[in-house]
Ligand binder design. Sequence first.
Ligand code: KDG
Ligand code: MG
Length: 402
Amino acid sequence: MKITDAKVIVSCPGRNFVTLKIMTDEGVYGIGDATLNGRELAVVSYLEDHVIPCLIGRDPAQIEDIWHYLYKGAYWRRGPITMSAIAAVDTALWDIKGKVAGLPLYELLGGKSRNSVMVYGHANGANIDEALDEVARYSDMGYKAIRVQSGVPGLNSTYGVAKDKLFYEPADADLPTENIWSTEKYMKFVPELFERVREKFGFEHHLLHDGHHRLTPVQAARLGKDLEPYRLFWFEDCVPAENQDAFRLIRQHTTTPLAVGEIFNTIYDCQQLITEQLIDYIRTTVVHAGGITHLRKIAQLAELYHVKTGCHGATDLSPVCMGAALHFDMWVPNFGIQEYMRHTKETDAVFPHDYHFKDGYLHVGDTPGHGVDIDEELAAKYPYQRAYLPINRLEDGSMFSW
Ligand code: KDG
Ligand code: MG
């Protein structure tokens, strides 16, 4: 079998998605997600100008060889653009392998380790009362695990408080929106938020919270400690994680479980975090961390050190990434949880898929490959629209992490 052609499909059914489709001489094709929120067209160029010409004529069965060809062969290693492009190729090749074998992807990875995949959704409100209503709504929908975010008094916008309640869409403008941030106000507020949630709902649900890279290590240690009475499932991205050493200090001071890694793209970004057991959950996922082939390596290192998986699954990762991640989740022995922010009905129509939500779990079908396709005719009706993620400034105007 040979790869005869590949194309990149850019479509905006509610938000931008970049999809790679690889064709073969036997008529079998595979698809992979290459979406990098706010920087989509850079990955399109990387694929079209530099990757696709190297794929033509190769045997699609040689997934491992092609992965290393693209990673080592570029000379310039790592980075979100490179790794998203490699991920798209890798995902499409696993899809082809599954279709050729007539097997769902989880069978190729080693078979099912569970019957379904526990997911968490986002309950967010402009204030605590609204957040509590949202927790109730997610609980009524059957979610066992709920991430809670709320607007902070005194700040006119807060991370995670989306305009739409079921879809998560922070890339909201043609040029980056500027938000104002105060760590002091946030830190004072978050323990009260979780106190109210536990007071109203008890300890039945898994509760999660995302700090979105905004604290210093000592602030994260403090907040982790303050949140201990509310027994969070995890506290995510408490500090920017370029400095892995920083987690030593946080770890020494709190037993609140820590999750990190949605913006990591290789195993080297989390090597120390894992081997020193500084985190509890690793959040890397298929599209931004080099595909199934590389994600598997990260998860297997993590397994040795009691670190579980918790794949990123916001709305800006396409159903193709979600489908592939779910097959990975079905297999991975050290599974923790899967994030699941829904897609709009326009997106779901462009990407027909065989997974579905029921009672707090995603259930994966047994279609050969990863079970997600793309309707190209429909995709063409939604042209690309430039959209940026916001930026943050402190109250004195200093540039800050978003
Ligand atoms: O594109 C950025 C989003 O995917 C990110 O802000 C979502 O932090 C996020 C999460 O935990 O889903
Ligand atoms: Mg996050």
